[in-house]
Design a binder for this molecule. Structure first.
Ligand code: ZN
Length: 364
C-alpha cells in the first residue's frame, strides 16, 4: 500500500463553501485557493505534480454527502453530484507524470483525429470523465471543473447530432428542439420602462425594436419534453441556448418568425456554438511555411480546444468517419486518403488482429 501524506490541521477547511458562487472541493490544500468557481459549479482541483498532497477519499466523500443534504443556498442553483467522487483516484490520475494535466506543447499531433466523436459519446459521469482523462489528460490546463467537462460533452454531442441531421437534410429529428419562447414577464416590464431602455445593449435593442421576435426569443432546448426549468437526470444535462439573430440574415430571421424552419435555425445554432468555441478555446496563428509563404491557422489553447477544432475541421474538411469493426471496440476513425485507406475496417492493428482471431475461432 502506498503511504499517504497528510497535511495536519488542514482537512475540511480546504473545502470552501462560497454562498453566491459554486463550491470548491480542493483536494490539494497546498496550493493557492481557487476563487473563480462560477454559479453552481463544483470544482475539483487536480494535482500539478507528484509532490501535491490530496485529501483521502472518505473525507471528500463525506463532504460531498453533507453538501448533498443541505442542498439549497438561498434559492440554490447549486449542482450536487449524487455520486461519490474519488479524490484519490483523481489525484493518482492527475499527479503521475504520465497523466499530468494537458499542455498544448506536450502532445502536438498525437491525438486520433476522431477523438472528438469519442468525447461527444462518453458518459459525463465522474467515472467516464476519469477514464477519458486517464488516457488523454485534463481538458484545460490546471484544473477543470466537473461541470465544464459535463457541459462540453453534452454541447458537443448535440452539435454533432445537429450536424448529422443537417447533412442528411433531416429536419424531423430536430424540429422539437427549436422554438420561440416568450420573454419572462418581469423582464418585459423592466425593459418597457424608458429609463431602463437597454440602448447600450445592441442585442436586446435589436430584439426589441426590430421586426424580430415581438418579445420572443429563439431557443434551442436539448430536452423539450421536460418542464421549463427542470434539469435532466444526472449525468445527462439539459442544454438550452438562445440563438442570436446575428447567425441569420435579417430576411431569414423574419421568415422564421412566420414559420420556423428547423434546418435553417439548426444551422444558425451550430454556427453559434462553433463560433463561441473558436473565439474562446482557439487563437489565430501565423506561420512561415517557407521563406516567403505565410500561412494562417488556429492554435488550440488546450485539449478542449483541440477537440472542438477537430469537430470544426470535420465540417470544413467534409471528412468521413467509420466505426471500427474490431470486436467490442466501437471507436470511430477518419477515412481519407491521407489518414486511412477508404476500405479500412479497423481503427488499429490490434483490432484487426482480434477480429481475425475471432473469425478463426468461429470457423474452427
Ligand atoms: Zn478498434
Amino acid at each position: 500500500m502506498k503511504k499517504k501524506k497528510r497535511i495536519k490541521g488542514k482537512k475540511l477547511e480546504t473545502v470552501w463553501h462560497l454562498p453566491y458562487f459554486g463550491v470548491v472541493f480542493d483536494t490539494f490544500p497546498g496550493r493557492p485557493p481557487i476563487d473563480n468557481a462560477d454559479v453552481g459549479e463544483i470544482c475539483l482541483r487536480p494535482a500539478y505534480s507528484a509532490d501535491d498532497v490530496g485529501l483521502p477519499t472518505e473525507e471528500v466523500t463525506r463532504v460531498l454527502e453533507n453538501k448533498h443534504q443541505c442542498d439549497g443556498v438561498g434559492k440554490s442553483t447549486l449542482w450536487i453530484t449524487p455520486q461519490r467522487v474519488e479524490a484519490e483516484t483523481l489525484a493518482d490520475t492527475w499527479s503521475s507524470n504520465h497523466h499530468k494535466p494537458y499542455r498544448a506543447a506536450d502532445r502536438p499531433v498525437m491525438l486520433d483525429t476522431a477523438l472528438f466523436m469519442m468525447f461527444a459519446s462518453m458518459e459525463p459521469s465522474p467515472e467516464g470523465i476519469l477514464q477519458f482523462a486517464r488516457e488523454y489528460g485534463n481538458l484545460t490546463e490546471g484544473y477543470c471543473p466537473i461541470l465544464v467537462w459535463q457541459e462540453e460533452v453534452v454541447a458537443m454531442r448535440w452539435a454533432l447530432r445537429i450536424w448529422e441531421c443537417l447533412k442528411a437534410n433531416n429536419s424531423a429529428n430536430i424540429r422539437k428542439h427549436f422554438r420561440w419562447r416568450p420573454f419572462p414577464k418581469e423582464l418585459r416590464e423592466y425593459l418597457k420602462n424608458p429609463s431602463h431602455a437597454p440602448l447600450s445593449n445592441e442585442y436586446l435593442y435589436e430584439w426589441l425594436t426590430g421586426t424580430v421576435g415581438k418579445w420572443n426569443y429563439l431557443e434551442f432546448d436539448s430536452h423539450p419534453d421536460l418542464a421549463h426549468g427542470r434539469q435532466a437526470k444526472f449525468p445527462d444535462k439539459r442544454l438550452t441556448e438562445t440563438i442570436s439573430l446575428r447567425c441569420l440574415s435579417q430576411e431569414e430571421w423574419n421568415r422564421q418568425t412566420e414559420s420556423l424552419n428547423p434546418l435553417a435555425v439548426a444551422s444558425a445554432y451550430l454556427l453559434q456554438v462553433l463560433n463561441d468555441r473558436t473565439r474562446t478555446y482557439l487563437q489565430p496563428r501565423l506561420d512561415w511555411k517557407d521563406a516567403i509563404t505565410l500561412t494562417r491557422s488556429f492554435a488550440p489553447k488546450h485539449l478542449l480546444g483541440r477537440l472542438w477544432l477537430q469537430f470544426e475541421e470535420s465540417i470544413t474538411g467534409r471528412k468521413e468517419y467509420r466505426v471500427c469493426q474490431g470486436p467490442g471496440c466501437g471507436k470511430s476513425f477518419e477515412v481519407s486518403p491521407a489518414i486511412a485507406r477508404s476500405d479500412k475496417l479497423y481503427h488499429s492493428e490490434s483490432c484487426r488482429v482480434r477480429a481475425y482471431q475471432a473469425r478463426a475461432k468461429q470457423t474452427r
